[in-house]
Design a protein around this ligand. Structure first.
Ligand code: ZJS
Ligand code: ZN
Length: 351
């Protein structure tokens, strides 16, 4: 059960309202994995193969192997529908009121699933949750996996544009993700530029590993609307002042995922996390989960970890979560989200 994954928390920070960086297949919980395994017993997959527990660390390469296992388990439209609905309900149960999910459209020859059906199914899950009264607003970012190259990236942008127009704004943007050691960002520039020009918001995984300074320099010129991780942007860790200046100039928010970086070993410990660097500078930084299933966490836990590691008060955490609203890709919802935030805040200060 979930308690195996969760840290014991004395004070639960209820300021976890907005999640902006969550990969669908990385967010699959233990209970959903169990249902998938029961559907596909022939795969002989055990839970240890789909999650990295407390205290465990893996190399980046090993982490990416985990996604391959999960993808084997999630390969039909029925699977995608169940996974997406479960993930949305779980974020809602954790107190998240606004969720931006991202996922890479996948074609599966063996089951007949197409990329278009993949996206349609995620949209269907979002709509069903809404109709069932789940108290959360969900928007979708279509993801480009770097591994698949520039041509696929361009096709993905076209798909994302089509869905942005046909879903009444449920698809809000494009994500660039996947193994950061594969390929070079310059190959994706035309696709990313096209996405931006057609009105899709861009969230790019940047400088997740140390060797990407040149790439980040190039991609920051677009500029993106948000940055995933940005672990190695600042000079102290081998980035540069010029990279920091670019991020500052455009005031580009960072999506920061503490447990993901510690378990994936790009950050040596929680206290060494670059959250502090950007937070102290007053730069917009949003706490996110990345892959809550794989890294056995949730958004409350990530807020709790940030608070205890960096000695932040309940009030600091509220301010942090409040500022996340301005970083969302759904400007039409911002007023409603501010209202939700205000409704809950006063009662918590009385605790
Ligand atoms: C390995 C590690 C430390 C992971 C955290 N950092 C990540 N960096 C880049 N891409 C990612 C990361 N986590 C998930 N993804 C992307 O999200 C995919 C899984 O979700 P989906 O199938 O797109 O729905 C992965 O295959 C990968 O393309
Ligand atoms: Zn990510």
């Amino acid at each position: 059960n979930l308690s195996v994954c969760k840290l014991p928390t004395s004070t639960v920070f209820q300021s976890n309202r907005f999640e902006l960086h969550a990969h669908l297949n990385g967010s699959v919980s233990f209970s959903t994995i169990e249902k998938l395994v029961a559907r596909k017993p022939h795969l002989n997959i055990e839970h240890g193969m789909t999650a990295i527990r407390s205290g465990q660390r893996r190399t980046l390469d090993e982490c990416f192997q985990v996604f391959k296992v999960i993808h084997q388990l999630v390969d039909t439209e029925e699977d995608i529908l169940m996974v997406a609905k479960d993930v949305i309900r779980e974020f809602a149960a954790d107190g998240v009121k606004y969720l931006e999910l991202r996922s890479t459209p996948r074609k599966e020859k063996t089951t007949g699933m197409t990329k278009r059906r993949y996206v349609e199914t995620v949209i269907e899950a979002i709509r069903q949750c809404k109709n069932e009264g789940v108290d959360i607003e969900v928007r979708f970012l279509v993801a480009v996996d770097r591994r698949n190259g520039a041509e696929v990236a361009m096709e993905t942008v076209k798909l994302a544009e089509d869905f942005m127009l046909s879903t009444g704004g449920l698809v809000v943007g494009l994500d660039l993700s996947g193994d950061p050691t594969v390929g070079h960002g310059r190959d994706f520039l035309p696709a990313l530029q096209k996405a931006k020009n057609c009105g899709l918001k861009l969230s790019l995984h940047l400088s997740e590993v140390p060797s990407q300074a040149d790439e980040s320099e190039l991609l920051l010129n677009i500029p993106p609307d948000r940055i995933g991780h940005g672990t190695f942007l600042h000079p102290e860790v081998g980035g540069s002042q010029s990279l920091v200046d670019k991020v500052r100039k455009h005031n580009t928010p960072l999506e920061l995922c503490l447990t993901s970086n510690v378990k994936g070993q790009t950050v040596s410990s929680y206290s060494q996390h670059h959250f502090l660097y950007w937070y102290q500078m007053g730069h917009p930084s949003v706490i996110c989960t990345d892959d809550k299933g794989v890294f056995c966490t949730d958004l409350s836990q990530e807020y709790q970890l940030a608070a205890s590691t960096f000695n932040l008060s309940q009030e600091d955490m509220w301010t942090l979560s409040h500022k996340a609203i301005d970083c969302t890709f759904a400007p039409d919802l911002q007023q409603q989200l501010h209202q939700k935030w205000l409704e809950l805040q006063p009662t918590l200060f009385q605790l």
